[in-house]
Design a binder for this molecule. Sequence first.
Ligand code: NAP
Length: 335
Amino acid sequence: MTSTSNRQIILASRPSGWVSPDNFKLIESPIPTPGPDQVLIKNLWLSLDPYMRSRISDAKSYAQGVNPGQLMVGGTVGEVILSNSSQFKVGDIVLAANGWQLYTATNPSAITKIDTSKISSTAYLGVLGMPGITAWRGLMEICEPKPGETVVVDAASGAVGSVVGQLAKALGCRVVGIAGGSAKCAYVVNELGFDACVDHRSPTFVQDLNAELPRGIDCLFENVGGPIFEQLLTLMNPFSRIALCGMVSEFNKPPHAHKTLRSILVNRIKLQGFIVSDRMDHWADIRTKLSELVLSGKLKFRESIVHGLENAPAALVGLLKGENFGKQLVKLTDD
Ligand SMILES: NC(=O)c1ccc[n+]([C@@H]2O[C@H](COP(=O)([O-])OP(=O)(O)OC[C@H]3O[C@@H](n4cnc5c(N)ncnc54)[C@H](OP(=O)(O)O)[C@@H]3O)[C@@H](O)[C@H]2O)c1
């Protein structure tokens, strides 16, 4: 053990409008003692994800929110450093949802041992974790693209979007990404193999989008919402499909007044919202398939790392402004 106290970040106040680091507070507490059959975990990595902005709002949602004074929630990778359980031994690396803190005492049922012999532990928070599984479910189970169809995904360089595009390319689709800035667009095309990428920050965004989509959109994997979704709806083909995964651009603002919903009617679009945790029974199978693709070099990923628990609030704000480039992680240890 390298520290004598636990450090935690709690929600200090609910944001109204844009979230700020001032909405969070760093506190110290004793390192917890594991009870019978429990383990003590030293958390090594924390995942930052857009859903965290929803959790700290008081809007009705699919999951229990975080109240002021409570620990921030979040996916973690950690190491077992004390074990009273026959199922885990000291040194095991585990996936958990231990939140924004350095140490956690928990039950074996709340953690999953991961194999880090061939793939890095951080991949289990991204490409092999909740974001990668989200990509698989939305694309394969809702969009169901066929070879030759046009698939569009926004937030294309991010944790979910990057997997969506690569899976769709492997299925033989034409894949167009949307991302913020020329560096992200270059990465999406040159490194991930998308056919094209349109920069939504460019003043010619609408013209560029129309130019890249002369045959419209058959499958839209929607991550962003707001004006980008508005524009994409005008390009949907008859009998096209939309997997409505996220609306990250609308989290810190009043809801966007969508004016192009009529496209859903006139084009007989199938639109389905989904939450990845609805079908936890699918996760192990999907993770195995994604692992095979990563190991064979067919699925690439990129990470954006900040150092230190104390920097998690600013990094979450950055993620919601598009400052991350790839899966956003916080490294919790110095070693
Ligand atoms: N339904 C589910 O179960 C589920 C599960 C996981 C994630 N999600 C959703 O999937 C989406 C992507 O998540 P992720 O983890 O992959 O995040 P991410 O793409 O790694 O990071 C968020 C990205 O969103 C984009 N963005 C933020 N604000 C924007 C704005 N105003 N306009 C346009 N783009 C904006 C930025 O990319 P650019 O700079 O490229 O714009 C930013 O980098 C989110 O909406 C998230 O809530 C849903």
